[in-house]
Design a protein around this ligand. Structure first.
Ligand SMILES: [Zn+2]
Length: 554
């Protein structure tokens, strides 16, 4: 096979469909070739978690990838940088639409396989395991995995080499000289990429507004051990289950202070199993069942719990509610939140704090104790990455607009010739000195609503928010063959205060009495009645409920 040389029509493009302008649902497509026959690879395929306030009843949100579905034959692979949900959480949901092979390092692959198994797709999807520092050729893309540090085992940056230049896609990262688990960041590999020439650096922006350095897991290990040593009653520690180094630190601190550990929450068991299966946590202590742990004296037990973000169905919330069958906490006990507050989760986290405080439990969190470091690069670390790679183009991703803009300004201040703040759906042609947006594809979202994937555009969340704000009125009218209202209207009012009911009934009955069936059709009657009901509710209550009028013809 002759190697096709680069033609004048060839372009290298980046199309983020998720993760640009938001922290979550990372999905970056790289395309190479002439505009009408590009080959694509997808880097990461993650979810964003739904929020009760904005997307009630929606568990997870993912990008709308219709653009790539239409080019499915040319999508060569999904390559995962690491195993966080916002990078792999949508693979099992979107794979059926793309049906391409998946590539990941061993720990990440293990967790992806677990998800595919649960989705009944394990036999259909090829998950190719790439060794650490491994290389991969996918059509016009030569990909090298570069070990980096983050807050999960096996985070990777990708060097994506093409005939039109090399892109360094960092994934999520920080510079931790002592990550406790796994490799330290391969600075020499990044330096070498810089020496060879980097066209674009596509880089994590999460902490672009934070001065200094994110700090090391090793310092948290020490601080946690000291803190746990001061506690006398039962101790529960909550952290992101995926932060295996943190779990290990907590387990070691427990052992140092004569406590045995029990894992509480499904994700804890899943991650510990995946970590052990891929060669991590070799000296993790024996874990007790929660039933056994309940028999121990309080000062001999430590519970490692899910639910650091106040998730209502997670272990810690259930314990705080007194709903956990085997774990209970009370006066003299303590809960350590070894995690940060993800913006937007503060209300539910503080509600959880309040429930625990109500039980007499002491709360120790990053607000007043050193129990957490971020897994994302602060400004000094970003500057180091630019010094290593020296790209011609900086493309901040993985951040809200404010993070990405600050990141772009930082890159410019570090003499990067061009920094581009992208939006989801904007296709950026990567070319030295003249990177530009050449196309705008629709960038929507898809909700996993119960077990059904629904386009955000279907408006279900908006409808549910309206229902939760002002309830619902349903009115049924019976109309005879001459268009006359033939019976008293029937009302159903949900979530509406009693005094408003009467006002609505009177207004609707008045509107029906004034209605002249000879001149007005059924549709008009429906609208007259709907307006009368909403207007009356607004006058009596100051709110307009969702109102439906059904007509039954006899
Ligand atoms: Zn991550």
């Amino acid at each position: 096979m002759t190697k096709r040389s680069v033609t004048s029509d060839d372009e290298l493009v980046l199309l983020p469909l998720g993760g640009a302008g938001e922290i979550g649902m990372n999905f970056n497509a790289y395309g190479f070739g002439p505009p009408d026959e590009r080959k694509w690879i997808v880097v990461d395929c993650g979810v964003l978690f739904g929020r009760e306030a904005t997307t009630p009843g929606v568990d997870v949100i993912m990008p709308d990838i219709q653009y790539l579905i239409e080019r499915r034959e040319d999508v060569l692979a999904i390559v995962a940088t690491h195993a966080h949900e916002d990078h792999i959480g949508a693979i099992h949901l979107l794979w059926p639409a793309l049906r391409c092979p998946v590539y990941a390092t061993p720990f990440t692959a293990k967790l992806i396989e677990g998800k595919l198994e649960e989705a009944g797709l394990r036999d259909r999807v090829r998950v190719n395991v790439v060794p650490l520092s491994g290389k991969l050729k996918l059509g016009p893309f030569d990909i090298e995995f570069i070990s980096i540090t983050h807050s999960i085992p096996e985070p990777n940056a990708l060097a994506i080499r093409t005939k039109l230049g090399t892109v360094v896609h960092t994934g999520d990262w920080k510079l931790d000289p002592d990550p406790l688990i796994g490799e330290a960041t391969d600075g020499s590999a990044l330096q070498k990429l810089g020496d060879d020439g980097v066209l674009a650096l596509v880089c994590d922006s999460t902490n672009a507004l934070v001065e200094g350095h994110s700090g090391s897991e090793a310092t948290v290990r020490e601080a946690l051990a000291n803190l746990i040593g001061t506690l006398k009653g039962r101790v529960a520690v909550t952290a992101f289950a995926s932060n295996v180094a943190r779990l290990d630190s907590i387990a070691k601190a427990a052992r140092t202070h004569g406590r045995q550990i029990a894992l509480v929450g499904r994700a804890m068991h899943k991650i510990v199993a995946a970590a052990r299966a891929t060669g991590y946590l070799d000296d993790f202590p024996n874990v007790l069942d929660v039933e056994e742990a309940a028999e121990l004296p309080p000062r001999r037990v430590l519970y490692l719990c899910t639910g650091s973000q106040g998730e209502v169905r997670a272990a810690l919330s259930r314990i705080a509610e007194g709903n956990h069958p085997n774990v209970s906490l009370g006066p003299g006990d303590a809960v350590i939140f070894s995690s940060r507050i993800i913006p937007g989760n503060d209300l539910q986290i503080f509600a959880l704090h309040n429930k625990l405080a109500g039980l007499g439990v002491e709360i120790l969190s990053a607000e007043d104790h050193f129990v957490h470091v971020s897994g994302h690069p602060a400004r000094d670390e970003l500057a180091q990455m630019y010094r290593w790679t020296r790209p011609k183009i900086a493309v901040p991703v993985h951040g809200e607009l404010r993070h990405m803009s600050a990141h772009a300004r930082l890159a410019k201040s570090l003499q990067v010739p061009q920094a581009v703040v992208l939006e989801n759906g904007h296709m950026l042609r990567l070319a030295p000195g003249k990177a530009e947006v050449i196309d705008e594809t629709p960038a929507g979202r898809v909700h996993l609503d119960g077990q059904v994937l629904v386009s955000e555009g279907a408006g279900l969340s908006r409808a549910r928010r309206s229902l939760s704000f002002a309830g619902m009125i349903a009115i049924t009218l019976v109309i005879d063959s001459k268009g006359r209202v033939a019976a008293d209207p029937a009302f159903v009012m949900e979530g509406i205060p009693e005094p408003v009911h009467l006002a609505v009934r009177e207004a609707v009955e008045g509107a029906i009495r004034r209605h002249n069936p000879k001149r007005e059709d059924e549709g008009k009657l429906r609208e007259i009645v709907r307006r009368a009901a909403r207007g009356a509710a607004d006058d009596a209550w100051g709110k307009k409920p969702v109102t439906r009028v059904e007509i039954v013809l006899i």
